[in-house]
Design a protein around this ligand. Structure first.
Ligand code: TTP
Ligand code: MG
Ligand code: MG
Length: 459
């Protein structure tokens, strides 16, 4: 790979007009890293190959906070709450990361690792607004855009060469447009598959672009740590390491049947990719096709552990309201409600229950969550975290309303009115949750609904 300051490979001169190469050389804050091609330049490859961009904003929540307080720039910054609070870090600036601070770490641990860090409360509405702006830029480059989280998206750029030029030129233009329209930096990975684009955008950080040229996928993946691959968590890593697999290329030592047996479809597909094969559909669904959320959840970590039933149930109510609101926004009804309960000693249980009919009503979600809590709580045990999770979505509820004298319909109308008030006056303007003590923070589940551009379920 070439860094920003080293000479660009001759490949660029083969593939791109001189002004592109000059442009990359001129712009000192821009890094165009390229996996070199020994064989064919991209435009001679099969026309059936896709060109997928993965765009991910750099230190997103931190960068948004910097827009509102430029004094934070270049400092060790932790977003998510104050240093003495019980919650977790949402985002850490690159400066804070040098001290091993990372997302999902307890704020107090972050404060110990990086005592000089500035701690900032999160502002979800600011992040959503910036995410919308990013989405608008992305859709002006390609009609096929799929937001994968609040700060990242896949773009299918196949066939856009006439409009935007070859991939690096298009990515450079996109990079600059995002910067000029949002004042935020991003990194872009380019390849023929979602998986490799996702991995390469991470390798391009910060503020860079990395293009893995068709034909070079295996060379790119082989030396990578197995943890660089999305979907490989601690447990899979341990299982792989037990077999002596540390790098993606190590998978090549095992035959397909063995990998399929031990690691399922993804192990097989990854091994194929590591050999440079177009290895099946794992992680490579069409961009923009499967955009429906699979689950919606909200969690709350208490500043101080609590065994106060009134406080716990009002938290469950507030969490249920947040889940209900997101279901209504996405026009989804959930069949399964799950409670997450973490005790003071960090033991965590999740308990789920399937409803007779799917719902999007706060009250029904709450009744389920509360019933699960009452059934499973070790009475008197201190609670650290609560979560309410909805899944098994369908586009509408089949619940019969006649027997209930229109009660559900009246709730539905009341909640729609509450949603409109929240749209105008903010999330906390209307709530059925009584007297929540202490600050309330939420963490939005991965693959959430309600992201810009996420498809609504059909009516
Ligand atoms: P990421 O894209 O994972 O991280 P990042 O944008 O902060 O940094 P990077 O430059 O490495 O991409 O997540 C995007 C935002 O999502 C992040 O700024 C904060 C939020 N987030 C959480 O709230 N909790 C989490 O556990 C993670 C991983 C992210
Ligand atoms: Mg990011
Ligand atoms: Mg991201």
């Amino acid at each position: 790979m070439w860094g920003p300051s080293t000479a660009l490979p001759s490949l660029l001169d083969v593939n791109f007009a001189q002004d592109d190469a000059a442009c990359y050389r001129r712009n000192s804050c821009f890094s165009a890293d390229i996996i070199p091609s020994d064989n064919l330049p991209w435009f001679r490859m099969s026309t059936s190959l896709k060109t997928i961009f993965h765009v991910d904003m750099d230190a997103f929540f931190v960068s948004v906070e910097e827009l509102f307080d430029p004094a934070l720039k270049g400092k060790a910054v932790v977003v998510g709450g104050q240093r003495d609070e019980r919650g977790v870090v949402s985002a850490a600036s690159y400066e804070a990361r040098k001290f091993a601070v990372h997302s999902a770490m307890p704020l107090r641990t972050a404060a110990k690792l990086c005592p000089h860090a500035i701690f900032v409360n999160g502002h979800p509405e600011r992040y959503h607004e910036c995410s919308e702006k990013v989405y608008r830029v992305l859709t002006s480059f390609s009609p096929l855009v799929e937001m994968a989280s609040i700060d990242e998206a896949y773009l299918d750029m196949t066939g856009t060469a006439r409009l935007h030029g070859p991939p690096l030129r298009a990515a450079h233009a996109l990079h600059q447009r995002i910067k000029s329209d949002t004042q935020l930096n991003c990194s872009i990975g380019i390849s023929s598959s979602r998986l490799i684009s996702k991995v390469s955008s991470a390798k391009a950080k910060p503020h860079g672009i990395l293009w893995v040229i068709p034909g070079q996928e295996a060379k790119f993946l082989a030396p990578l740590d197995i943890r660089d691959i999305p979907g490989v968590g601690k447990v899979t890593e341990q299982n792989l390491q037990a077999l002596g697999i540390h790098r993606v290329g190590d998978l090549a030592r095992f035959d397909d049947a063995f990998l399929a047996e031990h690691f399922g479809k993804w192990g097989l597909a990854l091994a194929g990719k590591a050999r440079g094969e177009d290895a099946g559909g794992w992680f490579d669904t069409e961009v923009g096709v499967d955009t429906d959320a699979k689950s919606i959840s909200h969690e709350h970590t208490y500043n101080e552990d609590t065994a106060d039933l009134e406080q716990i149930e009002s938290t469950l109510m507030r969490l249920s309201e947040m889940v209900g609101r997101r279901l209504r926004e996405s026009r989804l009804h959930a069949r399964t409600i799950q409670l997450k309960l973490r005790y003071k000693d960090f033991t965590t249980i999740t308990r789920a229950h399937s409803l007779a009919a799917a719902t999007q009503l706060d009250t029904e979600i709450f009744e389920e969550a509360r019933a699960l809590f009452r059934k499973n709580w070790r009475k008197g045990a201190q609670v650290r975290l609560l979560g309410v999770h909805a899944s098994s979505f369908q586009a509408e509820s089949k619940q019969e309303d006649l027997l209930e004298g229109g009660r559900r319909q009246r709730w539905q109308q009341a909640l729609s009115a509450a949603d409109r008030l929240r749209d105008r006056f903010g999330e906390s303007s209307v709530s059925l949750a009584s007297g929540l003590k202490g600050g309330f923070r939420e963490r939005i589940h991965e693959n959430p609904a309600g992201l810009p551009g996420k498809g609504k379920a059909q009516d």
